[in-house]
Every structure is written in C-alpha cells, then in structure tokens.
Design a protein around this ligand. Structure first.
Ligand code: NAD
Length: 422
C-alpha cells in the first residue's frame, strides 16, 4: 500500500515509519518482519456521544490502537486532546512497542485517545465522556488484553472512572484494567512521579557516563503537567537551575532561576496555567524552545523540534519527556550540531515501568512500599541506559538509534520465535 493512501498517514506516523525503516537497515531486519512491524495489529475508532450540561449531545471521536501484542497485553496511555487523530495514536502505539521491549516489560504497544479539549468540559461532562469511551472500547481492553494509563489531558481521576466503568460492566472490581489509579483503588506508590523522575534518572546516568556535573546546569521545560512539573522538581534535586517553563497558556523565563514551588502554587491558584507567573518575564512558546540552556526538556506535544527550529536550539542535551518531540529531520540537524538527545523511548519509560509494577501488584493483590518501587525503577532505567550506551558506543550510533535497535530487535525476535499464524 502506498504510504499516502494509508489509513494511518499523518506526520507522526510517517516519522515513526522513518525511524523504523532506519532501524531495520541498522539491524538487517528481514523484509517480512519489517512489513509486519510497519502495520498496527488492530485499531478501533469509536463514537463517544456525550450529554453536555446545556442539554445538547456531542459525539466525540475516540481511538484505541494496538500495534503489537507479541510480548504480552497491550500497554499505553489515553490522550484527551483536540488534535488527536488515528495516525497520531498509531505512531504513539508503535513507540510503546519499542519502549516496552527496550525496558524488558512483558507488554505489546498500544495507545488511545479522544479528540477533545478536556479543559472545555465540566467535570460532569468529562466523567460522562470517559465512561462512554471506556464502554465503547471495553471489549478490547482488560488486564490480559490491553491496559490503558494516563497521557496528555488525562489523570488519576480519569483512570478511576475508567476502572469503575469497566468493573461495573464485568460485575466485579477489576483493578488491573488501567494503571495510575489512586492508591486506595489499587494504585502504586510513585506512579504519578514515575515519568519525570525516571527521565531525570536517565539524565543522571548520562552525566555519570560522560563525567558531567549537573549542579549549576540550566534547564528549560516545555509542558508543566504530570511529567514536566515532576521533571522540574527532580532536576532541581540535582542542583539544576530551571530558567524557563511553559505550557499551552504561555511561557516565563528568569535567567537567575525560577522558583519551582512558587510556580506550582501559582498553577494551583490559576486553573493550572503558568501564564502571568510574577517571578519571571513572559515569553512566547516559540521563544521558549530556543532559549539558551544546558538541558531542553520537551514535556508536552510531539513534533515540536522540527526542521525549522532545530538549527536555532541553544542547548547541549534534549531530555525527551514527551513522546516523539523531535522529527527525524530535526534529529539529523541536532546530531550534526553535537546536541545529545536522550530519546523518548528511553528517557520517558519511567511511567510504563511503574505502570507495570502497579499491574503486578494488582494481579498479586500485594502492594509494595515506596522505597521498593523507587529502587526497582532506578534499577531498570539504569540497566536500560547502560545497554543503550554500550551499543551506541560499540556501533558508533546515536542513543536514539541504539534504543530503537534494541527495542525493535526484541519485538522482531519474539515474532520470529512465535512464528506467523496461521
Ligand atoms: P499533561 O496533560 O499532564 O501535561 C501536558 C502539558 O503540556 C501541560 O502543561 C499543557 O499545558 C502543555 N501543552 C499542551 N499543549 C501545548 C502546546 N501547544 N504548547 C505548549 N504546551 C502545551 O500531560 P503529561 O502526562 O505531562 O504528558 C506530557 C507528555 O509526556 C506527552 O507527550 C505524553 O505522551 C508524554 N508522556 C507521558 C507519560 C505519563 O506518564 N503521563 C509517560 C510517558 C510519556
């Protein structure tokens, strides 16, 4: 099938295929396996009719894509954002496949989403939308089939509604159907912080590997939600100075260092927005990405570092907390400039690792202490960084190429061992 005719065609899906193609070349992937990995196993498009507070009904469109289920049940977040498309969800599902395999987790890759701006909904409308979306995808999810989690625009409360809806349909409580639930409902310690903290753990490993001292370095963070805000706190813990942050409302900078606790307080008091924070000077989101710093942390949307701005980036390291923040074209420009990218499937894997821990705890009905979760998270992320770094050094490739080589190769090997059915 011509790519342009492909149902999944979108800038993000094309980027995912380019990365896969480049990896296939590096690992000499046989064509028949490459062909199987290029296509998601299955995708669901559902209508999500929702009763609005004004008495009207709006039908939103929801998606769930399972890219591969070779290593185990599907795993991946649910995104509520107005720009969500089938192609974006498919790309994110594919990246989940490589990420889970890279981390050695017994999962396939999946992702879901609804094209909606959750901030335009009341709590009642958001709950109704979540419950209907869950009902529509219920036949295709479950602890042994596919386990959603939060992503952009969704949170612990959304996961509690999803778990409740699925459980009501089954007639009994099913903790393991989603992860990042509240602790009282079978959640795990540290799940909320896992992605941001995990990313900073990978950055710490990189510093140790290259003899860098993070104390006194500066960081700029795009996105101040679940992941960005925790990454800011964790970087501060290493002595890094956060000089600019932004979200969809706008951005602020202060070359002397922003007071992260004060911004968090400001966000709590201002509907979650960074905008109008008095401890910094306002800048645009465009300016934010090209601010001079040591560490640039994209923690919002995909594709924000692209051909037009990559050359103007003024950082030493890109710590990719968002999924797919750097296009393949931008990646080549950054490589030429000597900017080091700690790639998404390595850097932001903390979330899915602690999701895995939550699922294991739910399955065993036995819950771990926070220090146990933290120690196990650090162990897996450190091991993954060391494997990636060793391969990158040995093969003289980037950390992104090495991460992809390890992830794709593991899925391909598993497919080879299982054979082609029927
Ligand atoms: P979130 O909804 O909690 O926060 C998203 C942030 O991005 C918000 O501050 C929002 O204002 C900002 N944002 C949205 N649109 C923007 C725009 N156009 N310009 C600037 N900022 C914008 O979401 P999150 O869970 O923190 O996820 C952020 C990123 O991290 C996403 O790419 C997600 O896929 C990725 N990720 C999340 C997890 C997780 O555990 N939550 C795990 C791995 C990867």
């Amino acid at each position: 099938m011509e790519l342009t005719q492909c149902d999944y065609d979108s800038p993000m899906y094309r980027a995912a295929l380019v990365q896969l193609g480049e990896t296939a070349r590096l690992i000499n992937l046989p064509d028949n396996l490459h062909e199987r990995l290029r296509h998601p196993k299955r995708a669901f498009i559902v209508s999500v009719p929702t009763a609005m507070d004004d008495g009207s009904t709006r039908a939103f469109t929801g998606y769930r894509v399972q890219h591969n289920l070779t290593m185990g049940p599907g795993k991946g977040g649910v995104r509520f954002h107005e720009d969500v498309t089938l192609g974006e969800v498919a790309a994110l599902a594919m990246w989940m496949s490589w990420k889970c395999a890279l981390m050695g987790l017994p999962y396939g890759g999946a992702k879901g989403g609804v094209a909606v701006n959750p901030r335009e909904l009341s709590d009642k409308e958001l709950e109704a939308l979540t419950r209907r979306y869950t009902t529509e995808i219920a036949p295709f999810i479950g602890p042994d089939i596919d386990i959603p989690a939060p992503d952009m625009g969704t949170n612990m409360q959304v996961m509690a509604w999803m778990m409740d809806t699925y459980s009501m349909l089954r007639g009994h409580t099913v903790h393991g159907v989603v992860t990042n639930k509240p602790l009282l409902l079978g959640g795990s310690h540290m799940r909320r912080e896992a992605t941001g903290r995990g990313a900073v753990c990978v950055f710490g490993c990189a510093c140790r590997a290259w003899g860098w001292d993070p104390a006194g370095m500066t960081a700029v963070i795009q996105g101040f939600g679940n992941v960005g805000a925790v990454a800011a706190e964790s970087l501060r813990g290493l002595g890094v100075k956060i000089t600019a942050v932004g979200d969809r409302s706008g951005a602020v900078r202060n070359p002397k260092g922003l007071d992260i606790d004060a911004i968090l307080r400001h966000c709590r008091e201002n509907q979650g927005w960074v905008k109008n924070f008095p401890g910094g000077e306002p800048i645009t989101n465009k300016e934010l990405l090209t601010e001079s710093c040591d560490i640039l942390v994209p923690a919002a949307l995909g594709g924000v570092i692209h051909e037009e701005n990559a050359d103007r980036l003024r950082c030493r390291v890109v710590l990719e907390c968002a999924n797919g923040p750097t296009t393949p074209q931008a990646d080549a420009i950054l490589n030429d400039k000597g900017v080091l990218a700690l790639p998404d499937i390595l850097a932001n894997a903390g979330g899915v690792i602690v999701s895995y821990f939550e699922w294991v705890q739910d399955t065993e009905h036995y819950f771990w202490e926070e220090d146990e979760v933290d120690a196990r998270l650090q162990k897996i992320m450190t091991r993954a960084f060391e494997e990636v770094n060793a391969l990158a050094t040995g093969k003289k490739v980037s950390l992104r190429a090495a991460s992809m080589m390890l992830g794709v190769n593991r899925v391909a090997e598993a497919k080879k061992m299982r054979g082609l059915y029927p």
